[in-house]
Design a protein around this ligand. Sequence first.
Ligand SMILES: Cc1cc2nc3c(=O)[nH]c(=O)nc-3n(C[C@H](O)[C@H](O)[C@H](O)COP(=O)(O)OP(=O)(O)OC[C@H]3O[C@@H](n4cnc5c(N)ncnc54)[C@H](O)[C@@H]3O)c2cc1C
Length: 509
Amino acid sequence: MKALPEITPLDEHNRRLIANVHPPDWVNPEPEGRYNLVVIGAGTAGLVATAGAAGMGAKVALVERHLMGGDCLNVGCVPSKTLIRAGHAIADVRAAAHFGIGIPDGAAVDFAAVMERVRRVRADISPHDSARRFRDEYGVDIFLGGGCFTGPDTVEVEGATLRFERAVIATGARAAVPPIPGLAEAGFLTNDTVFNLTEQPARLAVLGGGPIGCELAQAFARLGTEVTIIEMGEHFLPREDADAVEILRTAFERDGVDVRLGTVLDRVEVRGDTKVLHLTSSGSKSTLEADAILVGVGRTPNVDGLGLEAAGVRFGNRGVEVDDHLRTANPRIYAAGDVCSPYRFTHAADFMARAVVQNAFFGFAGRKKVSSLTIPWSTYTDPEIAHVGLYEHEAGKRGLEIDTFTVPMSGVDRAIADGDTEGFVKVHVRKGSGEILGATVVARHAGEMISELTTAMAGKIGLGRLAAVIHPYPTRTEAIRKAGDLYNKTRLTESRAKLLRRYFAWRRR
Ligand SMILES: Cc1cc2nc3c(=O)[nH]c(=O)nc-3n(C[C@H](O)[C@H](O)[C@H](O)COP(=O)(O)OP(=O)(O)OC[C@H]3O[C@@H](n4cnc5c(N)ncnc54)[C@H](O)[C@@H]3O)c2cc1C
């Protein structure tokens, strides 16, 4: 079996992965006369749109040029979270003494074994996104090859022409690579290649302090690599609140991640096996030596080579332009996922794809708007930072008055028992009401906890009512109930308190 570009080593796990998501012996079918739906890109957005439409009886063609499952399965969420889990394991081992447990000398990271597990987990999950499953379970015509529009209702793939009633562009995004002198010559890793590593880089420079850079930086540092994050801005994770990021900064310090903020990479030079990074920070120059450079400075939407002009689809630097119903300038063609959205998350791609199926085929029964989706997100560092809805600084800009209720994890029994007291739950409500407008959770399992607040927002359940929901003791989510208690206390106005005092005084007579 020939290795597909960027998927190495060709061991049993990667063979299993490839056999599922790009079978080497795959023969593209003969195209139907006209498809209800042609989907370009078999990442999360493409697969969900395909399954949604085909599951309801539509005839669907799905076109994928590389690996079904897209970034999430192959070079994103799945391998990164699996690697992060290994980082957690060794961090827990190192912290064992804190729990009264002595670890004999010799606890060490076997990096090759860690990466083998990453490949195994990815292969184990891959049948779900496989070409055969989509063909056999959903009756979808799978075309492996690059898809390109040749007109307003035709797509070409591997010499075949697919005619469609509706189409979805779900081609995702890729790592943006800044034009830094010497970077290409020195060689660098991106999310496309970092999970291929079998040998541990002793020193890793991570370009960019966004979610991908932060997650991988901490994981590599915990596994024993000397990691430096180089971030141009004055904050890493710039979208998140300063108090949340500050907690993570302390955690990074503990894990030995060196964070250089306000630092620009001017050029890269190669000296023997070493990459020398020339940096400028506050006007002063310095150098940093590394064995590998990981580029994580943002994402570029995959719009090139798609024939969008021929299809009459407008696009720009931010990707395919869509309206609130995810329709492009060509009313037959929709887009979903990273190629058209600033919310570059798997769950966002998933729900956009569901909206596309509804809007493309069942618009008469009501069309879904992207702006109506409540989209949470989480950065899977330790502690995790999860968020939904409005940030405090946005409220001011939008002229909204809010009240904020914050519960530190150090006041939550379960967090204390587990030794995970870093972090907080912070909930913003519309001033004078319990309507939740936004929330940030910083905690070891913040990504799990944010769902309760997302449910409350989506279901229009006020913060006061969350206080009345019985949460099992002891769990971290009690922090959310406690935020509800704090809110309810504010409902006890001085006049009500006076009335209550009088009532109890009367009962004491
Ligand atoms: C390291 C990393 C970690 C991440 N972690 C998380 C996480 O923990 N949680 C989370 O929610 N999100 C995470 N993400 C983001 C998540 O992976 C993406 O938001 C998600 O994959 C987007 O899905 P998509 O379908 O829009 O695009 P993609 O998954 O990128 O799929 C697009 C597909 O289209 C194909 N394609 C492109 N052009 C063509 C063409 N012309 N013809 C045919 N096929 C084409 C591509 O090969 C690809 O398979 C992570 C991303 C990275 C890089």
